[in-house]
Ligand binder design. Sequence first.
Ligand code: IPD
Ligand code: CA
Ligand code: CA
Length: 274
Amino acid sequence: MPTKKELQCFLDVATEAAMAGGAVLKQYWGNLSSIQEKGRSGDLVTEADRASEAEVLAVIGRHYPNHAILAEESGQLGQRDSPLLWAIDPLDGTTNYAHQYPLCAVSIGLLVAGVPTIGVVYNPILEELYRAARGLGATHNRQQMQVSTTAKLTNSLLVTGFAYDRRETIDNNYAEFCHFTHLTQGVRRGGSASVDLAHVASGRLDGYWERGLSPWDLAAGVVLVTEAGGRVSAYDGQPFDIYSGKLVATNGPLHQPIVQQLAQVQPLPQFEPV
Ligand code: IPD
Ligand code: CA
Ligand code: CA
């Protein structure tokens, strides 16, 4: 476990990198000349994703040239055997960004020996900065933040998302979406997993589940939620694995109810391919 001073340094570097990436996202906002699909229908990449990632990598590489990096657009970089791994999404919520829907963020997490330890999520469009370090608490725009106290599903507002493979898999999360829409005050689809997690951490939303995620979508957000007093786990309530792609994150009181309901979801009829 790093010392408090080391944690503070990691958090400051993650913040500097997120702000640098965020400045690029502000420049390109509404000014994109290139929007491409990465392979799967709907999985977009723009020049803003790439330029933001270059800025983030430059800041982290300048401070920590010996750390390992897993970045969405560049893949694995740096010293692969380092116990310190930065998981970077330079633009989480590219579809929103391309449509100028302002839920998007730079998401930067640091895993120490596999444990999510630092999380910074910065939405440069709404100027919202979420930060957390393991054992040091979590902040929203530099003010301490906490999860909600909602204790009943019937009083809750949840959030989820749908991965880009949703048209090719039976496990597309549509049945879960209907199930929880029926049981709660509503289920939002934010379009940026890191912002969804930041909203659970700040108490705006009470819980989140999703499948088909990548480590860079989650690494920062899980630190925000746990440090704000919430819980994270696999769908079955067991410890979650950042490489599994599946996560439940809640305010705590709703964790067991959501895990129990996930186990009871019934399949829906399949949609025709489009
Ligand atoms: C996506 C967003 C979205 C989630 C997808 C992610 P991207 O990330 O986080 O909310 O539902 O699974 O891939 O492609 O915008 O970086
Ligand atoms: Ca993402
Ligand atoms: Ca991305």
